[in-house]
Design a protein around this ligand. Structure first.
Ligand SMILES: [Zn+2]
Length: 496
């Protein structure tokens, strides 16, 4: 949250937004770019999506690292100096943070990138475009077609590669190809609304994954590797296969009723969450509000309430998500209290977050804190327990990370709408500053297959708000506001 202020000071100039082209195997993708003093900066965050590898943000130190296989680049926001595997280089112009993304100077940085990564990449400064050598790809195309008794999915390769097919909740069929290097632009261009709600192509360390969310229930399916040309064939048998192009809206909950409300009090047990200057623990505040909210909803016979914890105990992220998914949750509400790392902090107010990619660094910082708190506690948890618990580490598993990302957009519109309803009720009844609705990537919301929000009911790091958060009156006000928002949501989204 501190980072945002500093970054604004570092980059005060207003610059017009645009994009540059990335020509890759005959297709063209676009990445965001801007020009400042005749230097073109491009979004390395977006380019990394195309070339594979991933970015990690260390907001406190303003450091961003990019990893592809064994190569690691480290950038310092505001500095032209960067490291490649611990050797220092200079790209003349500074690494820049904008709209939640890392921007780098195209002309002076691209040669460094080209030298290190597996693909051949060049920047044409006159035409303002990147060119990426297509020889690199070995997963080249996708085709999905309807047959008499089902669907045929084909993924084209340049050579036989080991692969795995698996079906996951939400009607996703996923194909993970070992050492697969995806031509994402080409594959993503095959999205066909007649057959799929969604299509994703992910490049992760050691594998490429194509995931398709099909429109019809996945019944029996078979796969095999075919030759001439090499391709993975997946046939999905479904005798009742009927194309219904009108039915594009995801249905909330299993029965089209908004009645199952899952309340998720943040942290608990060994996970304390944030701690206030006078020792107030986030986990206790979260539970206090959650219990009051549950009581309100229980009185209302049209709802069923499920809590991910109703006492002070450690519950893993995966367990929280499982509880919600098994219950057929129609709404998922995670309750937290915010904090900053600054001492004697004056930062105050409540936030409502819905799940999406964080658009600004302060939202990102909140997500990072909530996520890292889970991970930190996760580590502590593992010390006291046996290795079985490793399985639900939310970051350690690349497949899970991919799945998380896929779900992100499914209920985004509904989640946003619900966040706005909570926002409206909070504005009416809470006296502390409104920090409003924002979007950010929270692991816990990621794994829940329903509209979800995470509320930060105030800053526990602020002495005044810490006191307020402990008060029964404030906790009750928060609970009542959320309850009213739930009723609004039901009224809008339940169709009879
Ligand atoms: Zn929290």
């Amino acid at each position: 949250m501190l980072a945002g202020l500093l970054l604004i000071l570092l980059f005060p100039a207003v610059i017009s937004a645009k994009t540059v082209d990335v020509v890759i195997a005959g297709s063209t993708e676009k990445v965001q770019a801007f020009e400042q003093h005749h230097v073109v900066y491009f979004s390395f965050s977006e380019l990394a999506d195309i070339i594979g590898g991933h970015l990690d943000w260390e907001l406190v130190g303003h450091e961003v690292t990019y990893t592809q296989d064994t190569i690691q680049f480290s950038f310092l926001i505001g500095s032209p100096f960067f490291k490649i595997n611990n050797n220092m280089f200079n790209m003349t112009y500074p690494a820049t943070f904008r709209k939640g993304q890392l921007f780098l100077p195209a002309l002076t940085f691209t040669p460094f990138l080209d030298r290190e990564i597996q693909q051949k990449i060049t920047w044409n400064n006159d035409r303002k475009l990147f060119r990426i050598d297509s020889e690199y790809f070995n997963v080249t195309d996708l085709s999905v077609s309807a047959k008499a008794n089902g669907l045929l999915i084909e993924i084209f390769l340049t050579q036989a590669l080991p692969y795995e097919v698996f079906v996951t909740e939400g009607n996703w069929i996923n194909v993970s190809i070992r050492d697969g290097k995806l031509n994402r632009a080409r594959i993503l261009s095959r999205k066909d609304k007649r057959y799929m709600y969604n299509l994703k192509a992910h490049q992760v360390a050691g594998a490429g994954q194509v995931s398709i969310r099909l429109r019809r229930k996945i019944g029996k399916w078979h796969h095999k590797l075919q030759y001439d040309p090499p391709r993975i064939q997946i046939s999905i048998a479904d005798t009742s296969f009927v194309l219904n192009p009108a039915d594009t809206q995801p249905v909330i909950g299993p029965d089209n009723k908004i009645d199952v409300i899952v309340i998720d009090p943040g942290h608990g047990g060994r996970q304390y969450g944030a701690i206030g200057p006078n020792g107030t623990r986030e986990k206790d505040i979260a539970l206090g509000i959650a219990k009051r909210l549950a009581k309100l909803i229980r009185k209302d016979k049209q709802f069923k309430v499920i809590m991910t914890r109703d006492r002070d105990k450690t519950v893993s992220l995966q367990e929280r998500a499982d509880i919600a998914n098994k219950a057929g949750a129609d709404l998922f509400i995670s309750i937290h209290a915010n904090s900053t790392t600054r001492r004697k902090s004056r930062v105050r107010g409540w936030n409502v977050f819905f799940l999406a990619q964080a658009l600004n660094d302060s939202a990102r910082a909140v997500a990072q804190f909530e996520n890292s708190a889970f991970l930190r506690d996760r580590n502590a948890f593992e010390i006291h327990n046996n290795a079985d618990d490793m399985s639900d580490n939310p970051i350690g598993d690349p497949v899970l990370t991919i799945l998380n990302d896929m779900i992100m957009t499914e209920f985004q519109a509904e989640s946003y709408d619900f966040a706005m309803m909570v926002d409206r009720e909070f504005r009416r009844s809470l006296k502390i500053p409104a920090r409003g609705v924002d979007q950010a990537g929270f692991f816990v919301l990621n794994m829940v297959f329903t509209p979800s929000v995470l509320v930060e009911v105030g800053f526990i790091s602020n002495k005044q708000e810490e006191k307020l958060l402990k008060s029964k009156k404030y906790q009750q006000k928060v609970a009542e506001a959320i309850y009213r928002a739930i009723k609004r949501f039901k009224a809008k989204y339940e169709h009879q």
